[in-house]
Each structure stands twice: as C-alpha cells, then as structure tokens.
Ligand binder design. Structure first.
Ligand code: 3PG
Length: 206
C-alpha cells in the first residue's frame, strides 16, 4: 500500500519520542493492538538513534522518522529501513538528497510560497507545522482551492478537541499529534491506557 493510502486510512499519526528498547517494543505492539499501526518517531533524544531498527521488526507496522534536519538523519532513516521521513520545515537541500537516495520525505511547510517550492520539487504530501500557530484549520481551508493537488498532514497543537476540524477538510489526509500517545502515559508505562486512548480517538472519528 502506498504511504498516502496508509495515512489517509489511519487518519491519525501519533508522534512520540522513544528512548528505550522496551518502550519501542511496547509502543509498537500496543499501537498494533489499538489498530493504529503507524508512528512518527521523533529524533529528539539521542538514545533513539540506536534502537530504530526495532520498529521494522513488526509486520504491518509503518514507521516514519520525524524531526529530520540533516543528511545524516536521512541516512539513519534509510539504514533502518524507514518507510518515510518528515522534516519540520522545507529544506531544498534535504529534498534533493532524499530524492537522490529514492527516499520519501514529507517536507514541512507553513506558507503558500513554501508549498509552491515543495510542489515544484515533486512533493504533493506536506506537513503543515506548527498547525495551530500557523493559522490552523482555517488556513488549510483557504489553501484548498489554490492547491487542490496537495495533501496536508497538520501537526502542532492538535488534540482530541480540534482534530475533527482538520480531518473534515478535503486537503487533510491525516493529522499528527504527540497528544495521541502522551508523554505522561509513556513515562508511566500506561500501555493499556494508551491503547484505550487511541481506540477512543479512532472510534470518535467514525
Ligand atoms: C512535531 O514535531 O510535529 C510537533 O512538535 C508536534 O506537535 P505537538 O506536540 O503539538 O503534537
């Protein structure tokens, strides 16, 4: 299945900073159990770099590497067989490098100008970050008629309460948030609560 289909079928993209092998295994197992077999793993803790291979051990699970800011980060994603990578902003250099390696990245954008540049480079799935601070769902709605061929993954400030306002837009394929697998639940190892939380969010979207 193509990444666009995987994202649009799942509707939500949980984001998490994972620091240990056991957390990596637990979160992957629990997201699969919650029927949300996808995760953006952020590069916000150095410890995650050595455990990225774990996410590939689970069949049917799609792992994306987030917070990619350098060429080394792209190599890290490729060496660990990641399906895709996400950059918080738009970097033509990183896009050119990723394309030379045939690696899919989802560039982050905030403005019409950045959308035009990313589109010129062949990208049609973009992260809209930080979504709430950059104009939120109203801004994405305004961009729809100008860029009908572009799909967005809004991220940044999205939670259970404003999620629907994004997902009801035609140009949003999926919404990302660190709120779906909260830091507190992760830190406390509340795996069953994580499953319930994701199940409830997904149930609410039907
Ligand atoms: C990101 O990296 O996409 C954001 O930091 C996520 O934002 P959130 O924590 O508000 O979901």
């Amino acid at each position: 299945m193509k990444i666009k289909e995987i994202l649009s079928q799942n509707k939500i993209l949980p984001l998490a900073t994972i620091c240990s092998e056991s957390d990596a295994r637990n979160i992957t197992t629990k997201l699969i159990e919650a029927q949300c077999p996808i995760l953006e793993i952020t590069l916000r803790d150095e410890r995650v770099r050595s455990i990225l291979h774990i996410f590939q051990e689970y069949s049917g699970f799609t792992a994306g590497l987030g917070t990619i800011r350098t060429i080394d980060d792209i190599d890290l994603a490729i060496n660990n067989n990641f399906t895709f990578g996400i950059t918080p902003g738009f970097s033509p250099n990183l896009c050119i490098y990723a394309q030379s390696k045939d690696f899919l990245i989802i560039p982050g954008i905030q403005s019409a100008s950045e959308i035009m540049q990313a589109s010129e480079m062949g990208y049609s799935i973009l992260k809209f970050f930080p979504a709430e601070l950059s104009g939120g769902a109203n801004k994405l709605k305004a961009l729809q008629s100008v860029f009908p061929d572009i799909s967005f993954i809004p991220t940044g400030g999205i939670n259970k309460n404003n999620l629907k306002s994004y997902l009801e837009l035609e140009n949003v394929i999926c919404a990302g948030s660190s709120d779906f697998v909260s830091k507190d639940m992760l830190a406390a190892g509340e795996w069953e609560d994580i499953v319930l939380n994701i199940q409830n969010i997904k149930k609410d979207l039907i």
